[in-house]
Write a protein that binds this ligand. Structure first.
Ligand code: ADP
Length: 467
């Protein structure tokens, strides 16, 4: 062996960091995180910094009634019958603990809560940075303060087993440079208690994702960090783990085609969907509930086409008087991801939208705001807080990008990895976060990956310390 630790964690996103902090809480002496990239945080830094928790002190303060039960119910509905109720419940019930844990690490939440699609209670807590780095940086600092060793450019290559099949270590490429697959020196690290795989999804492994869903070609944009190539998934499959739901790959309905990657548009549209309308450019009319679940919206957005069948991205039209209350507006205007218009006529002219139907749609929408009811698409109107759509407007285009892999490796509520042959845990092997699958089913609700990654990171650490 070239080194040994009590707990070995692969990946430094939400799941890996939560596992590290909790392992220390539970008394682990030596804990290491190996991260293959040159920076920590992976995909977990690339989001709007939102996490759905049910039953927090902030919800109570704001008079929001919610419960783990209700959260699970919403997620089961979005999962369309194949989500895992036991895993969802485990994660939702750990929510308030995880929320407090992030605060103890120094994460700072905004003093209001956001409504995300498909939820029946307002529960998306957002860090003040409005980005996942608002979780990652304080958690990384805390982990290090607690004595966790962290290493970048250390790529996990293989699991090492003993004769009975127990995972006893990992093979690592030390000094690895992403894109140069043979770079670095191969070393073997012993894991005395076991290994926690938290390597994230495979959204950037084009051949693997296209094999699951042939529509997700290289031309389809992706919000992920470049390191989301499915390494941990592939190695655990080789070790006999159970694959689950690999074809359920989610596209983000809030993405903009006018920038690369996750970008600024997601933050802008997330904030504005509740009180804005999404318009089809051919008809000048709405075509969806702007706060439906992600799959419902992404599928409908992808149907927006011109006469030749080419993509014709929908328009999200937001009222500036409300949009300006969130810092995302300045970003999208600065980087040409959205534009300001002082009249409906100006929007119609610029985007070649039929004027009269658009005017009528906006008038109809404003009457729904008055009534507090959306007869067109049944949108939950209290989320828009009675906000009228009036000029000036801020307009962003919408076109989905690959965002999240619902599929992955099957775990149980102890975050143990289950073998395909026996359905039983593979000794010494734990997994958490996007590398695991089956929790959310067909479609994951917005703001529900962060709490799940954190909760199962915590769970993996507890289990490994009990093992
Ligand atoms: P999650 O949200 O599930 O925690 P993330 O995608 O945020 O997942 O984080 C996973 C991390 O794991 C990323 O930083 C990624 O670079 C890292 N990673 C992926 N594959 C490997 C590997 N083979 N060795 C080490 N780190 C890896």
């Amino acid at each position: 062996w070239d080194g040994e630790y009590e707990v070995v964690i692969i990946g430094s996103g939400f799941a890996g960091l939560a596992a590290a902090v909790e392992a220390k809480h539970k008394g682990a002496k030596d804990v290491v995180i190996f991260e293959k990239m040159g920076v920590y945080g992976g995909n977990s830094t690339l989001n709007a910094g939102q996490a759905c928790f049910a039953g927090t002190d902030l919800q109570k303060k704001l008079g929001i009634k919610d419960s783990a039960d209700l959260m699970v119910k919403d997620q089961l509905k979005s999962g369309r019958g194949v989500a895992s109720e036991s895993l969802l419940r485990h994660s939702a019930e750990l929510g308030p603990y995880v929320y407090q844990m992030t605060k103890d690490c120094g994460c700072v939440y905004r003093d209001f809560i956001i409504t995300t699609g498909g939820t029946s209670a307002t529960r998306s807590h957002q860090v003040v940075e409005r980005s996942g780095s608002g979780f990652i940086q304080p958690m990384l600092k805390t982990a290090r303060k607690m004595g966790v060793e962290t290493q970048i450019r250390h790529k996990f290559e293989h699991l090492i087993h003993d004769k009975k099949g127990r995972v006893i270590g990992v093979n690592i490429r030390k000094g690895y440079h992403f894109g140069f697959e043979d770079s670095g020196e191969l070393i073997n690290i012993k894991a005395k208690r076991g290994v926690i795989i938290a390597t994230g999804g495979f959204g950037y492994n084009i051949s693997l994702r296209q094999a699951q869903d042939p529509t997700l070609t290289a031309e389809v944009g992706c919000t992920n960090a470049k390191g989301a190539t499915g390494d941990g998934l592939i190695e655990m499959l080789a070790a006999g783990a159970t694959p689950v739901h690999l074809a359920h790959i989610q596209s983000g309905p809030w993405a903009s085609p006018d920038e690369g990657g996750f970008g600024y548009g997601a933050g802008f549209s997330l904030y504005n969907f509740p009180h804005s309308i999404a318009i089809d450019r051919n008809t000048g009319q709405r075509f969806m509930n702007e706060i439906a679940d992600r799959k419902t919206r992404a599928d409908l957005e992808l149907q927006r086409r011109d006469q030749n069948g080419n993509p014709n991205p929908a328009l999200l039209i937001a009222p500036k008087h409300e949009a300006k209350n969130d810092p995302s507006m300045a970003k999208v205007l600065k980087y040409n991801v959205a534009w300001e218009f002082d009249s409906v006529e100006a929007i119609a002219k610029h985007f070649d939208v039929p004027l009269q139907p658009l005017k009528q749609q906006i008038a109809d929408w404003n009457s729904y705001v008055d009534k507090g009811e959306d007869p067109q698409f049944g949108k939950r109107m209290n989320a828009g807080r009675g906000i009228k759509l009036t000029a000036p407007f801020i307009v962003q285009r919408l076109w989905p990008k690959v965002h999240y892999c619902q599929g992955g490796i099957q775990i149980n509520t102890k975050a143990e990895v289950l073998a395909a042959k026996t359905g039983k845990p593979i000794p010494g092997l734990f997994a958490a976060g996007e590398v695991t699958g089956g929790i959310h089913g067909v479609s994951r609700l917005g703001g529900c990956s962060t709490p799940e990654c954190l909760a199962f990171g915590v769970t993996a650490a507890r289990s490994i310390m009990e093992a």
